[in-house]
Design a protein around this ligand. Sequence first.
Ligand SMILES: NC(=O)c1ccc[n+]([C@@H]2O[C@H](COP(=O)([O-])OP(=O)(O)OC[C@H]3O[C@@H](n4cnc5c(N)ncnc54)[C@H](OP(=O)(O)O)[C@@H]3O)[C@@H](O)[C@H]2O)c1
Length: 292
Amino acid sequence: MSMCIAVAGASGVVGRRLTELLHARHEVRSLTRSPEDAARRGVRGRLIRADFGRRAGLERVLEGVDALFVATFDPVDPRHDAHLAAAARAAGVRHVVKLSALAVADADAQDLVTRWQRECEHLWRDSGPTWTLLRPRSFMSNCLSWAGAVRAGEPVRALRGDTRNACVDPSDVAEVAARALTDPAHRGRAYALTGPQALSVRDQVARLGELLQQPVRYEELTEREALVRWRDRYPEPLARAMLEMAARQAAGAKTAVTEDVPRITGRPAATFETWARGNIDAFRPDRDPNAF
Ligand SMILES: NC(=O)c1ccc[n+]([C@@H]2O[C@H](COP(=O)([O-])OP(=O)(O)OC[C@H]3O[C@@H](n4cnc5c(N)ncnc54)[C@H](OP(=O)(O)O)[C@@H]3O)[C@@H](O)[C@H]2O)c1
């Protein structure tokens, strides 16, 4: 049965893949602050301008929507989920699939990002529509942030690069989201989404080197160096949270592999090798950097 599905965060890593999966069979409303940029980046569905920082206008965007996917991004400004939840309730949205994070299930994880995701989960559980919570481990696509260094022949630099994470292909997260949005069997469930094995940065760098058929070097950052880099890119509280998350990973908190992706999709979770093969052009030295 064809549904009307809104995707909040449609131009994001998971949202964009989700619009590809849904648009042929469903009416998809893809929410973005810039429909022009989203169109250029190949986001599918009807592109609708929306800013989650403002409550006004969101309700109209969600009128007539059966199911809503929510990926929000700003732990430093937690109003985004509150605005979307109020609008979804007022517009009569029936079901919400919320992109959360697996650390919420770890009571020892008390960093800013995880506390924010926990609060968002509570908000959506109490918001009115039925819900499904998706809790992924780190996305394999995070390593696209190394692409510039690899293309330039520079080493990949990271903190605690020998510690492992059961990272997941964001396309698998999108596939689980598509099923959770369209099949009532997933209502009231929380899913732990991982890849099929736990890998370190050093492991990932080695695989990229094999695929590129050239060595890619790895260089360890100190905590201080990592903090300086993160401060350049993120507000201070977020940079500090990233240090805490890295420490949880070093304590071995992120290595467990779960079976929710294969159980829900009916096929094995994608390996890092598969993800890397599909994205290897981003790391090739002769690639136009403006293409990414
Ligand atoms: N990366 C990981 O390893 C990881 C792991 C577990 C969980 N998560 C969770 O996944 C979520 C991020 O998902 P993602 O990686 O798919 O997203 P993403 O690639 O970070 O996409 C960010 C999107 O947010 C949209 N956006 C930002 N501010 C907005 C605003 N005020 N109003 C409307 N849209 C706004 C932007 O779209 P426009 O510019 O088009 O508006 C942008 O495309 C976060 O909640 C994160 O905690 C991530």
